[in-house]
Design a protein around this ligand. Structure first.
Ligand SMILES: *Cc1c(COP(=O)(O)O)cnc(C)c1O
Length: 816
């Protein structure tokens, strides 16, 4: 789109005056951010209204992505890029005496998610709008998003993420579209005048869900879809009766109890919290969203629900929103008077479920008394779903009680959300080819046998607009020059870049761009960590949530071994390396937090040891989040994707590295398998156990880490160093738990359940190859270019088009 710079400038001044009563000369950068955002929002609003109008008039089918997490990051720069006006705005700001990048940096991340699952939801919204597809997001407007991580004395310390403290120019509150949500109370049967019986909830706690809408701006088109996030508000703010009884403080406190529901994001990545408040959050946003969807449907199509599944698709992002299934049933049965079979048919056709994890402990289940106490009517409906399902099962497998027990939606005193999701959906998908196969053949084998037609794969992707066009501007420019600009909306165009590996000028420019990006990251590290890192060294990066299955510890043990080698032989000729980590640990995940302490301890020792002449450096980048990720990927040479094979469902960080020209060192896990398929095994460093080998070792229980320890002196030494005070001279016991979990197993787990020691030697060998390969910088750059050129598959545009065609049946719609 085109903007008139003069007009835009005046608009910024106007917003500044309206919002802060200020003129340019005394405005802060943060205030300028607010004013610029509001000025840009004026342009967005017209398209937003037109988009809604077009969808309504053309009666198109719309998809709704229900997700407890949306890890959006910053909005300003992303929206300006998609509107093609970022340069204009930067220039306008310049004329006003402000630096665009500094203004951009004042925007807090909308960090309403933990990691990959939440970021996927954000990439999907970008792709939907950019492909002109009618698809929207529904979630929770957490008052506090993902905690801010500070490293104090080497330990992670969590601080609240008060992302709304300066307001939110990118949200529009729609108080008039608020919805009532009911918790607790009793279910009674009432007889209506026509003689029909109907269930009614009485004595329930009523909470108001207030929607805040964020515009999702499509790339270079008129489409603006909606991310609707719900905030909990107390009905009146205070209890009038208590107020009249002179109980002022008590009366006012009701507000804060109610608003607890949307107060904070649970910081558990791929694992349930098991907390009642979490279930309350889930039902809160799901009930509001489903009621909203039905309300919108009725506005257009009245009370005839026969077309509901032709107009509405709901995608359940993991099990968190799965109460949508009984909630939709409740509305159809209790409010709209549909019979069970009709309601069930529509519900299963409208709902689809995405599974995100193979970790058994991550499958959500709720104790019956908690679930039925909070959601009594929903529980009744789940009981009936289960009763009918078990009857169906008994017909198919008569007498197979073991199977019935395994597959019961309600069993062992629990309500099993994944089972409910599979029964109540027409589609069940995994997020990478290997992951879907593991679901079908192992984790969900029973279910695949019963419903083979439901299972399908949708390999994850990332949006190239944010992760390349916006964050790696110089590489984007080179691509535009050499292969045209279509890659921004059709990533398979990148393939055309491959032929330039033989063009010396292009290879040199590619290398220079990577180098400049590394210089910038080195500056960031100097400013934030006060560590000098050499941009000529190999930037070897592992950024992702801290989890044992992701095996940051394997990376650390290899660094410790490398350091030992250098200590023994200071003249050892290794290519200089900078090992960069970024990771948040769940606040209650003690062992993960201990790994962060270990990384910082080895960093402290290695970075300050003059004897190794700066050949290796270790950096822990604090508070890893989307806006920092955008600075890291473009500056990376090596992408660490080293999870225990079979454990990482897909990974998406791996894809962001690839399209920014980093080479993968990884196991054949998740989407790494497909990345290597596309890039060629010779352009990656693959090592370690395969998923089927891990499975076999698990089955036969035949693995003993002491075998590895005893046959590998280098490994023995680094394991011993965990507890001999090398990295914790004041208290050699600090890392004892890590040692014990590797060598003995703790809390009922087997020793080294993630096969760190088993994969150590082959990882170290792959690492050695990296050092050797990097010596030929031209050859390395060619491999990096081949990775970029073959990254086309990993656009979330491809993923979303598959969801649209194969699950949702929604169509691109030109906004009028
Ligand atoms: C992409 C991304 C992730 C997911 O990374 P994985 O390596 O796939 O686990 C997590 N956090 C942020 C901030 C991201 O941008």
């Amino acid at each position: 789109m085109n903007i008139n710079r003069g007009e835009f400038k005046e608009n910024i001044k106007l917003k500044l005056k309206e919002q802060f009563g200020k003129t340019i000369s005394c405005a802060t950068k943060q205030e300028i951010f607010d004013a610029v955002s509001r000025a840009a929002m004026d342009y967005v609003l017209d398209n937003w209204l037109d988009t809604k109008k077009t969808y309504a008039e053309e009666e198109v089918k719309q998809a709704y992505y229900l997700s407890a997490e949306f890890l959006m990051g910053r909005a300003l720069s992303n929206n300006l890029v998609n509107m093609l006006i970022e340069e204009d705005v930067a220039e306008v700001l310049n004329e006003l005496g402000f630096n665009y990048n500094e203004v951009e940096d004042t925007e807090p991340d909308a960090g309403l998610g933990n990691g990959g699952l939440g970021r996927l939801a954000a990439c999907f919204l970008d792709s939907l709008a950019s492909l002109k597809l009618p698809g929207h997001g529904y979630g929770i407007r957490y008052r506090y998003g993902m905690f801010e991580q500070k490293i104090i004395d080497g330990y992670q310390v969590e601080f609240p993420d008060n992302w709304l403290k300066n307001g939110d120019p990118w949200s529009v509150k729609r108080k008039d579209e608020s919805i009532e949500i009911k918790f607790g109370g009793k279910v009674t049967l009432v007889r209506e005048e026509n003689g029909r019986e109907r269930f009614k909830r009485v004595d329930a706690e009523v909470i108001t869900a207030v929607p805040y809408d964020m515009p999702i701006v499509g790339y270079n088109n008129k489409t603006v879809n909606t991310l609707r996030l719900w905030e909990a508000e107390a009905e009146d703010g205070f209890d009038l009766q208590l107020f009249n009884d002179q109980e002022y403080i008590k009366a006012m406190s009701k507000e804060s109890i109610t608003e607890d529901i949307s107060r904070v994001l649970y910081p558990n990545d791929s694992g349930p919290s098991g907390k009642a408040l979490r279930l309350k959050q889930q039902y809160f946003f799901v009930s509001a969203s489903v009621q909203d969807i039905v309300r919108n449907y009725k506005k257009k199509y009245g009370n005839d629900f026969s077309k509901f599944a032709e107009k509405v698709a709901m995608q359940l992002n993991d099990t968190h929103p799965v109460v949508a299934i009984p909630e939709l049933m409740r509305i159809f049965l209790d409010w709209e008077g549909l019979n069970w079979d009709t309601a069930w048919d529509i519900t299963t056709k409208a709902c689809a479920y995405t599974n995100h994890t193979i970790l058994a402990e991550a499958l959500e289940k709720w104790p019956i008394d908690l679930f039925s106490g909070l959601l009594p009517r929903i529980y009744q409906i789940v009981e009936e779903i289960n009763r009918r399902f078990l009857a169906e099962l008994n017909e198919k497998y008569p007498g197979d009680w073991a199977r019935t027990h395994r597959m019961g939606i309600i069993a062992d005193g629990m309500v099993k959300m994944a089972w409910l999701a599979i029964v109540g959906s027409h589609s069940v998908n995994g997020v990478a080819a290997l992951h879907t196969e593991i679901l079908k053949n192992q984790e969900l084998k029973d279910w695949y046998e019963l419903y083979p037609e439901k299972f399908n794969n949708k390999t994850n992707g990332v949006t190239q607009r944010r992760w390349l066009l916006k964050s790696n501007k110089e590489l984007a420019k080179l691509l535009n020059e050499k292969i045209g600009t279509d890659w921004a909306i059709n990533l398979s165009e990148l393939k055309k870049f491959e032929k330039f590996i033989d063009d010396e000028e292009v290879v040199n420019r590619f290398m220079k761009i990577k180098y400049e990006n590394k210089v910038k990251l080195a500056e960031y590290i100097k400013e934030h960590n006060n560590i000098d890192v050499d941009p000529n060294s190999i930037f070897d990066v592992q950024v992702k949530r801290l989890h044992e299955y992701k095996r940051q510890l394997l990376d650390v043990l290899n660094i410790m071994a490398l350091y030992n080698r250098l200590k023994e032989n200071p003249d050892l000729d290794i290519y200089p390396r900078t090992f960069i980590f970024g990771a948040k640990a769940a606040s209650g995940y003690r062992r993960a937090k201990l790994v962060i302490k270990l990384i910082n301890s080895i960093a402290n020792k290695i970075n300050n040891d003059q004897s190794i002449k700066g050949k290796i450096k270790v950096v822990f980048i604090e508070n890893y989040r989307v806006s920092v990720a955008e600075k890291i990927f473009p500056a990376s040479d090596v992408s660490e994707q080293i999870s225990t094979a079979g454990k990482e469902a897909s990974g998406t960080g791996n894809m962001k590295f690839m399209i920014n020209g980093a080479l993968t060192i990884g196991t054949l896990d998740g989407a790494n398998v497909e990345i290597v398929e596309e890039a060629g095994e010779e352009n990656a460093f693959i090592f370690g156990l395969k998923a089927d080998e891990v499975l076999e070792l698990n089955k036969t229980n035949s693995y003993n880490p002491w075998d590895e320890y005893n046959r590998n002196l280098e490994l023995k030494k680094v394991i011993d160093q965990l507890v001999d005070g090398t990295y914790s001279p004041d208290n050699r016991e600090i890392f004892r738990e890590l040692y014990d979990s590797l060598m003995y197993g703790v809390e009922g787990n087997r020793p080294d359940q993630y096969y760190v020691l088993r994969d150590f030697a082959s990882y170290a060998e792959a690492q050695r190859k990296i050092g050797a390969t990097y010596r030929d910088k031209i050859d390395w750059a060619k491999k990096a270019m081949i990775n970029v050129a073959n990254g086309g598959k990993f656009s979330s545009d491809r993923t979303i088009q598959q969801y649209a065609d194969e699950i949702w049946e929604i169509k691109a719609t030109e906004v009028k």
